[in-house]
Design a protein around this ligand. Structure first.
Ligand SMILES: [Zn+2]
Length: 101
């Protein structure tokens, strides 16, 4: 068998991967619902909190869907962080301009 996490070959029935330590227990990775649909990324993007919750709920049973939802949420969080930084830089810039004008 192969490690569910790092993909290295490990002895059959091993509970933890000797290479990366990942647990080999749990639901089979061949979950029919785990399509990794881009829709979950979109959901995570518009509702980051939902994306985060879905990621935490699904990370073991539906890793592809979890990754999509997590990616969407993360993209939104980063985008927000960038916008906030840009916003404050602009404010600082405007204040600077009016102060020197
Ligand atoms: Zn491993």
């Amino acid at each position: 068998m192969f490690c569910r996490s790092c993909g290295k070959e490990i002895p059959e029935g091993t509970k933890f991967c000797p290479y990366c330590g990942a647990s080999q227990n749990g639901v089979s990775s061949t979950n029919a619902n785990d399509t990794g649909s881009f829709g979950w990324a979109v959901l995570g993007f518009f509702i980051p909190l939902a994306g985060l919750i879905l990621y935490l709920v699904w990370k073991d049973t539906q890793p592809k869907n979890a990754n999509q939802a997590g990616k969407g949420a993360l993209t939104m969080v980063i985008l927000n962080a960038v916008l906030i930084v840009v916003y404050f830089v602009c404010i600082a810039g405007l204040v600077g301009c009016t102060a020197t004008a």
